[in-house]
Design a protein around this ligand. Structure first.
Ligand code: AMP
Ligand code: MG
Length: 182
């Protein structure tokens, strides 16, 4: 199976969908943001994961490379990450050339929902310090992520699978991921 990359904008529910999809399978589940945050904490750059996207682009890039090197040594992983990260300077590619070539995924899953669903899910999650995006900004971010996913596909040969995680339909979203995990 190799590396399967799973992406989706904050609040779309990608972790929920993929953890369920991978249940009972012999696959390691790795969250890129957790690996990055652990490295950043070790060197005293952040206190929590929601501070990561506010670091300088140079710091984020350095952490990205260190994390990719660590993850590239693993086999059969589902990697939970982002096609793009929204920074104050604009969209930062989550899988730039030097990262995607190290990871060399076989498939990229893009989990989506409607902007309205994502807006409401973010508003209802007090555990995270999510960005206060409007529905229009959420729509833009999802559009940018589709474009980013296809460009990563051209660099790796990975397929791109869009999975819809609509309200009260997690089981259906899990079913959509099945062919990718075979
Ligand atoms: P998450 O909880 O999965 O949203 O990850 C926490 C944070 O880690 C994100 O908000 C980003 O700042 C950072 N992060 C995760 N994946 C990447 C990536 N591929 N490239 C750069 N930063 C990332
Ligand atoms: Mg998550």
């Amino acid at each position: 199976m190799g590396v399967i990359v799973v992406t989706g904008i904050p609040g779309v529910g990608k972790t929920t969908v993929m953890k369920k999809a991978a249940e009972g399978m012999d696959i390691e589940f790795v969250t890129f943001g957790t690996v990055m945050t652990e490295i950043a904490k070790e060197i005293g750059l952040v206190k929590d994961r929601d501070e990561m996207r506010k670091l300088t682009l140079g710091q984020q890039k350095d952490l990205q490379i260190k994390s990719a090197e660590k993850i590239a040594r693993m086999e059969n992983v589902i990697l939970d990450t982002h096609c793009t990260v929204k920074t104050p300077k604009g969209y930062m590619p989550g899988l730039p050339e030097w990262v995607i070539k190290k990871l060399n995924p076989t498939a990229i899953v893009v989990v989506e929902a409607s902007p309205e669903e994502i807006y409401n899910r973010r508003a209802g999650d007090p555990t995270r310090n999510r960005d206060p995006d409007t529905k229009e900004q959420i729509e833009e971010h999802q559009m940018i992520n589709r474009a980013a996913a296809m460009s990563y596909a051209t660099l790796s040969g990975a397929t791109v699978k869009i999975v819809y995680n609509h309200d009260n339909a997690v089981d259906d979203a899990v079913k959509q991921t099945a062919p990718v995990l075979e």
